[in-house]
Structure formats: C-alpha cells, structure tokens
Design a binder for this molecule. Structure first.
Ligand SMILES: CC(C)(COP(=O)(O)OP(=O)(O)OC[C@H]1O[C@@H](n2cnc3c(N)ncnc32)[C@H](O)[C@@H]1OP(=O)(O)O)[C@@H](O)C(=O)NCCC(=O)NCCS
Length: 143
C-alpha cells in the first residue's frame, strides 16, 4: 500500500469512482455528484494497493489562510477498519500543516463520528444536512 496524489487520467478516474461508490451511490446519486467546484484547487490523496487499485481517498482544501477542511473521506468497503482511513487523514493533516494551516475542520457523518474523535477532532455543533437524511457534525482539530 502507498499514498499517491492522483494525477494521471487513470488514477483520477479511480479516485472519483471510489468517492462516488462510497459516498454517493448508496443514496442513488448520479455520477458527477461526487465532485464540486473546489476540486480544482484542492489536495487529493489516494491510497493504492500493490496492483495500483484505489483503496482509500480524501481531499483537503483551504477555507482561509489558516483554516483547512477535509472532505470526501472514503475507504473501499472491503478495506475499512484496517487503518487506511487514518493514514489518509494523517497525510492530509501533514499537508495542511506544511501549507500553513493552524486548524482543520470537517463535517462528519454521524456514523463516522467515532473515527474522527479517535483522530483528535472535537465536535463543535451541527454541520450540513445532505439529501435531507444524512446529518453531519462540524468537527475541528488544532494542528
Ligand atoms: C469512516 C472511514 C473513512 C474510516 O476509515 P477506516 O479505514 O475504515 O478507519 P481506520 O481503520 O483507519 O480506523 C481508525 C480508528 O477509527 C475507528 N473507526 C473507524 N471507523 C469508525 C466508525 N465508523 N465509528 C467509530 N470508530 C471508527 C477504528 O476502529 C480505529 O480505531 P482503533 O485504532 O482504536 O482500532 C471509512 O470507514 C469509510 O469510508 N466509511 C464510509 C464513508 C464515510 O462515512 N466517510 C466519512 C464521511 S464524513
């Protein structure tokens, strides 16, 4: 396993496909719904196995010069709970620190709250609601 920045068309295809499969397809959302306008100026990280197949992805963008935000954390179903999500998150945090961030915020799905708490994030209050059914909790970690 190793973490790369997806750049080639093939890697980018795998990157967005995993995002869609884990975060959008279960809610019957079409392909394309997994992307947004901040993708163009974000850091994208992807963990690949020894056959170059994507197993985990995550994204980092900046809301201000000191505040970074993590979005679209997704691990392939059969690879969850093996430490790969943690490795992606830690690599995004390292990148945030390198780029000058003082803190990271994110909107956690309730089902993933425990994961972020283990990684040192604190709940701040309600985050956004997705598709009228997935509620999120705004979390923050000081770097
Ligand atoms: C949430 C997710 C990114 C975590 O990645 P992962 O690779 O499965 O998690 P890891 O194996 O790195 O877990 C790290 C720690 O968090 C814990 N953890 C992982 N997922 C958890 C969850 N959903 N609830 C509570 N704890 C969790 C693990 O048990 C582990 O703890 P430990 O070190 O004490 O054993 C991944 O499971 C996933 O993609 N889930 C579906 C999509 C999703 O919810 N994405 C987040 C949207 S905000």
């Amino acid at each position: 396993m190793r973490i790369i920045e997806p750049v080639s068309p093939g890697d980018l295809e795998q990157y967005y496909e995993l995002r869609w499969k884990i975060l959008r397809a279960p809610w019957n959302q079409p392909r394309g719904s997994e992307r947004d306008s901040r993708d163009a100026d974000s850091t994208h990280l992807m963990m690949i196995d020894n056959r170059d197949v994507a197993v985990a992805v995550g994204r980092l963008h900046f809301n201000s010069i000191r505040e970074a935000q993590v979005r679209y954390m997704a691990v392939a179903v059969e690879q969850q709970r093996r430490g790969f999500g943690r490795l992606i998150l830690q690599a995004l945090e390292q990148q945030a620190a390198t780029l000058g961030a003082a803190c990271i915020v994110l909107d956690a799905r309730e089902a993933a709250l425990g994961f972020y708490i283990r990684e040192g994030y604190s709940a701040e209050g309600p985050g956004h609601m997705l598709y009228n059914c997935i509620s999120h909790i705004r979390m923050r970690k000081t770097l």
